[in-house]
Ligand binder design. Structure first.
Ligand code: BGC
Length: 926
């Protein structure tokens, strides 16, 4: 690795360039849902009282791997508003909150994995306080905050989806005194909004904003919107229903055994608009502006014909207001003929966003819709074309929004005379369990909910796998070909891979981590040349880090945190997402990271999914477009994004074993669609599978997912990695799952197992069965070589290949402090620590040499929880100890060997992700 000081400087520069773009994105993704009597923007003559602790304890992200960025700073809401010259705050009230917060600090649940509560206790308000605030101010902003994260879903309880009693009371009291109240929702998920109509004085709520969790620039971005420096242009990417139970997936969400996707393709607005429009409080695509716009179809043309046709819509957007400049989104929905398959009343097929338009200014937006975007998948053969993407005959009508509800019919129609086949593929990953799914039934001009049986698997999976076995290349041993030779076109990949023996091949499909010392400190995985033998072939070690909203380095190194995925999608601005992720990519380059574990792109199937914040939307098309913008942005910077979680990881409850059971149509049209787009248009070269099974197959061993659909149908040539410590089951018969079944993983073409412990890749990982399967003939060497080729092909194009090929130096040298320290303790092999908190020790070394370094540690949580502690020696980063939950048992965590001269050393233990208990430190001379 390069000089750490140089790296830190480069990273800092990258952060400085990224910050204003992150702020712009944050402001564009804030959604204004109500603005009665123009309560917003705030006027310079307004004086504003802020209520709710999240004005200070402002959530910048969710928790878990998707939120764990060590930020250099966060601008909270008060700071943002104070930074803004035209916002006039009631400082007396700010001070009251600050005093209260000093005695009621943020509760991080101890800082451990999935320990942080979803909400923070609010300062109780009394009438006197609010009435005093009202006497010196005219508007009130009330903050409500929620977080969420990996490993747990939100719940239909107070403090999660619902307001707590204190929050409810806060709104009541503020509404009783102020008649101009703005509620800001600093949340990761959509929350219940019945407080808008329940309770007294509700008319006082004149403004409502979803400000989401907007990254480290969130407070400034919020102030930009509140002050009118930026006109809101964000639009919802989910439907907000009156009741949680109104959602079509509600009855089949939350099981930890199996969820039947009975709603089929009718997720979100596809369901509501078709069957239950009255259940919607705020429709998909809702979002207000300070100005007004007109949208009109300027021209509609069809280029090409049949399956190659591309529909062009030119939409003239005009800012019809007279005061504020702003941006506007034009979204295009299709109404397809019901045909035999059945269709939602509206489906998003295109969108575009203007630049900032001054009052009176216009812009023409072009929306292109290729025929395939309009196609549906026939999984039953009801159209006479089983396993085909097609358009049934009839008129394809279009409407233009705004929100899906506002979208108005336009004079553009594409008539299909007879079934138009787009693509004949083959049945893949069909369910093995029989169940029924929703289908519209037309009666008296409206649709009611019908049900139909879902087709189950009819193909012979074993035959499919055996018939498609790849060539096995004879193992040649080292012929002197190095990976660089393949990159330069001097040798073929297959000849390069043929040099590797079975042991080396079994090693390369194992990634190491977390916090591998072989790559940038604190990152999630090292993969590629993880053993000396592999390295000798010129295979460097690549680094992967979380994602999606910034670089997670559990070493404690700082990085930028951008807004959550949902907010970024609410911008409906693909160019901005591209630009932002180009800058994230530059920061990755500065930190020598090859791939970001993101974007996350699972579908918002239900509002309580704990990881919705990492994902974009309930809509697959919008999801796909946003993911493409981000992967292309990362690629532009020379790095890559690992799109995840492939696929249908829609809830956190039971995420390691809950089976997502769905029709092939729902799978392809909803849950895979975004992934298909990111492979075909977003040039994705790395994908992460899920923890959970889909239709009985754990995805890291799902042949139809990773080979039939992904590679054979979509033409994907990149790498597939498992989620961290994922399980696999039999590729054909399904059944029992285990983390040791890497042979099924390799057979399915999930190339990489993430992750085995550091330095364990060449020692069998988790006692995995790859080599045993080769011996007993249930895996061929060709299948293993195929994964190795996928991995090396990825590495050839990764930044690591451009960095100097430097062997991993396992021994880190340290020099003693220049002056002796009177508190130094003589180094013994075992130094007691006994702590869960940051601590220091000064040790005196009397014998120079190489010392093996380890800690004895325990962690009360189960094996999927993660905690880390970094060790700094004389202020220089030395290593990170990373530990998964041990259920309280003490374990030895190996660090890296260090070279110490005679003298005193100051040791600093920093609990970057608290939770683990450090019992003692062992330094033994080797
Ligand atoms: C998460 C992934 C993440 C990985 C590495 C897993 O727990 O599900 O999304 O990328 O850890 O941190």
């Amino acid at each position: 690795m390069s000089d750490p000081i140089q790296r830190a400087n480069d990273a800092l520069k990258a952060q400085q360039i990224l910050a204003p773009v992150s702020r712009q994105a944050a402001a564009e993704g804030i959604v204004l849902l109500r603005n009665h009597q123009h309560v917003l923007p705030l006027l310079p003559s307004d004086k504003v009282s802020l209520f709710g602790r999240c004005q200070v304890d402002y959530y910048r992200s969710g928790t878990g791997s998707g939120g764990a960025v060590n930020v250099p700073y966060t601008v909270n809401a008060v700071q943002g508003m104070q930074n803004n010259q035209s916002i006039n705050l009631n400082q007396e009230l700010v001070a009251i909150y600050q005093d209260w917060l000093a005695n009621n600090p943020f509760d991080d649940g101890g800082g451990g994995w999935a320990a942080e509560p979803w909400f923070q206790h609010e300062m109780p308000l009394d009438d006197n306080l609010v009435s005093r605030a009202k006497s010196i101010s005219n508007k009130a902003v009330v903050f409500v905050g929620r977080t969420a994260g990996e490993d747990q879903d939100n719940a239909l309880t107070k403090g999660s989806f619902l307001l707590t009693d204190t929050e409810q009371k806060m709104i009541d009291t503020v509404c009783a005194h102020f008649d101009q109240v703005i509620v800001v929702l600093n949340v990761t998920n959509v929350i219940d909004m019945s407080w808008l109509d329940e309770g007294e004085n509700r008319d006082s709520i004149k403004g409502v904003l979803y400000s989401w969790a907007a990254g480290m620039e969130g407070g400034d971005a919020l102030a930009d919107i509140l002050s009118g420096d930026v006109t809101p242009s964000g639009r919802l990417t989910d439907s907000i229903a009156y009741q949680l139970s109104d959602h079509p997936s509600d009855e089949n969400f939350g099981s930890d055994v199996r969820n039947l996707y009975v709603e089929d393709i009718y997720v979100g607005y596809r369901y509501f608009e078709t069957f239950a429009p009255e259940k919607i409080r705020f429709p998909f695509g809702a979002g207000l502006s300070y100005t007004s716009f007109s949208k009109q179809l300027n021209s509609y043309t069809v280029e090409g014909s049949a399956a190659d046709a591309v529909l062009h819509f030119d939409v003239l957007v005009t800012n019809t207001g007279n005061q504020y400049s702003g941006k506007e989104v034009a979204s295009l929905y299709v109404t397809a003929p019901q045909g035999k398959l059945g269709q939602p009343i509206k489906a998003l097929v295109g969108f575009n966003k203007t630049s900032t338009l001054a009052p009176g200014e216009s812009e023409i937006l072009t929306i292109r819709v290729p025929a395939h975007v309009l196609s549906s998948y026939d999984d039953s053969g009801v159209t006479g074309h089983k396993s085909c993407w097609l358009l049934e005959a009839g008129d394809y009508q279009f409407s233009l929004g705004g929100s899906v509800r506002e979208a108005a019919h336009i004079d553009a129609c594409w008539s299909i005379k007879s079934t138009l086949i787009i693509d004949q593929v083959s049945e893949a990953l069909a369910p093995v369990i029989a169940f029924e799914r929703i289908k519209p039934e037309l009666s008296e001009g409206s649709f009611s909910l019908g049900l139909e049986a879902v087709n189950t698997r009819s193909i012979d999976l074993e035959k499919r796998i055996i018939d498609n076995l790849p060539t096995s290349y004879t193992i040649t041993g080292d012929k002197g070909i190095r990976l660089e030779d393949v990159k330069q076109g001097r040798a073929e990949m297959r000849d390069f891979i043929a040099q590797l023996n079975a042991h080396q091949l079994a090693t390369i499909v194992r990634g190491e981590g977390m916090c591998s010392p072989k790559v940038t400190p604190g990152t999630a995985a090292a993969f590629g040349g993880v053993s000396d033998e592999l390295f000798q072939f010129g295979i460097p070690v690549a680094a992967a880090s979380d994602g999606p909203s910034g670089i997670r380095m559990d070493s404690g190194h700082p990085a930028s945190q951008v807004p959550i995925g949902t907010l970024l999608a609410c911008t409906w601005n693909t160019e901005l997402n591209h630009q932002l992720y180009t800058l994230v990519g530059k920061e990755m380059q500065a930190n020598e990271i090859d791939t970001l574990l993101g974007p996350g792109m699972n579908i918002h199937r239900h509002p309580l999914n704990g990881r919705n914040f990492e994902y974009f939307s309930e809509d697959p098309f919008l999801t796909g477009k946003m993911a493409c913008a981000q992967t292309l942005g990362l690629k532009h910077a020379g790095v890559s994004g690992t799109v995840k979680h492939f696929a249908a990881n829609d809830q956190e409850t039971g995420r390691h074993h809950v089976d997502s059971v769905m029709s092939e149509r729902a799978l392809r049209e909803i849950h895979l669609k975004g992934f298909e787009m990111v492979v075909k248009e977003g040039e994705a070269s790395t994908i992460m599978t899920t923890y959970n099974p889909v239709n009985g197959h754990w995805t890291a061993s799902s042949y139809d997912l990773n080979t039939t659909i992904l590679r054979q149908e979509w033409g994907y040539t990149g790498i597939v990695m498992s989620d961290w410590w994922a399980k696999m089951n039999h590729c054909v018969s399904g059944g029992e799952e285990s983390i040791s079944f890497t042979s099924f993983m390799v057979r399915s073409q999930n190339d990489l197992y993430m992750v085995v412990e550091n330095d364990k890749a060449e020692h069998g990982g988790h006692n995995d069965d790859t080599l045993a399967a080769l011996d007993n003939g249930t895996l061929t060497i060709g299948e293993l070589q195929r994964c190795a080729m996928n991995i090396c092909r990825f590495i050839i194009d990764a930044p690591v290949m451009q960095r100097p090929l430097k062997a991993y130096e396992p021994i880190k040298p340290f020099s003693p402090k220049s002056q002796a320290d009177e508190h130094a303790i003589l180094l013994e092999s075992n130094t007691p620590l006994g702590t869960k908190n940051n601590t220091t020790r000064t040790i005196r070394v009397t014998q120079a040499g190489v010392y093996r370094c380890s800690v004895q540690a325990s962690y009360e949580k189960d094996s999927l929880a993660q905690s880390t502690c970094s060790l700094l020696i004389n202020d220089d980063f030395a290593m990170t100890f990373s530990l998964n939950g041990t259920e309280g048992k003490t374990q030895t965590v190996e660090g890296v060997p260090i070279r110490l001269e005679v003298g005193d050393y100051h040791l600093q233990f920093n609990f970057v992700k608290p939770g683990l208990y450090l019992d003692s430190l062992t330094l033994v001379q080797s």
